[in-house]
Design a protein around this ligand. Structure first.
Ligand code: COA
Length: 176
């Protein structure tokens, strides 16, 4: 089966991405998840992997943001909403989507390092692809104001510079 990998704008890809994300994380089941009530940022770009019958098999959101690390501004990239349809898993699609997202962030001159959040059962997936834990404190906005964000674990990837693994990272906005 052939596939097509496309990078689209966040807005353009949102409806199809939403459909896939709702399949993977059904809205009715979100209450059961520790992070089910988190308000997430909208992706700036999206990696969409489509099969030749037009099915959106896999998605990864790409984010760019100026955050602060230990009080200093730094422009970073991010990945979120990585999901593969259950019936299309273990074919390497998420690995390809991640690779495409990292390429895109590397091409974005100003992104110094990358950040994502994930659940413990996915640590190995990312760790074996070069991501490592950020063990400092992360702060992010939520509708009620700024909070220490601990709903999921942060992982970082070196891009233009070595990613910090300690210190205080303020997302200066919603998490992704
Ligand atoms: C996590 C998730 C995105 C992985 O998607 P995927 O498309 O199955 O991922 P891949 O196929 O690229 O890789 C998954 C594993 O299958 C293996 N694999 C890839 N192609 C394979 C193949 N043809 N045959 C057997 N195994 C294969 C990979 O080696 C990888 O194992 P590894 O981590 O030990 O290296 C998917 O399971 C998912 O959507 N889960 C629910 C949502 C979620 O948790 N998202 C992550 C949010 S951070």
């Amino acid at each position: 089966m052939s596939i097509e990998i496309e990078i689209v704008s966040g807005d353009e890809g949102r409806p199809r991405a939403r459909e896939l994300l709702d399949r993977v994380w059904p809205p009715a089941e979100m209450d059961k998840l520790s992070w089910g009530q988190v308000k997430w940022a909208s992706a700036d770009l999206r990696v969409m992997i489509e099969t030749d019958d037009g099915t959106l098999a896999c998605h990864a959101g790409i984010f760019f943001r100026t955050v602060t690390w230990n009080g200093q501004k730094v422009h970073i990239g991010g990945i979120g909403g990585v999901a593969t349809r259950a019936d299309h898993r273990r074919r390497g699609y998420a690995s390809l989507a991640l690779e495409a997202a990292v390429h895109t962030m590397r091409d974005h001159d100003a992104a110094q390092f990358a950040l994502l959040f994930c659940e413990p059962h996915n640590f190995e997936f990312y760790r074996s692809r070069g991501w490592h834990p950020f063990t400092g404190a992360v702060y992010a906005e939520q509708p009620g104001g700024k909070i220490r964000f601990e709903a999921m674990a942060p992982l970082v990837l070196d891009l233009k510079r070595r990613a910090p693994t300690l210190g205080t990272l303020d997302m200066c906005g919603l998490p992704w």
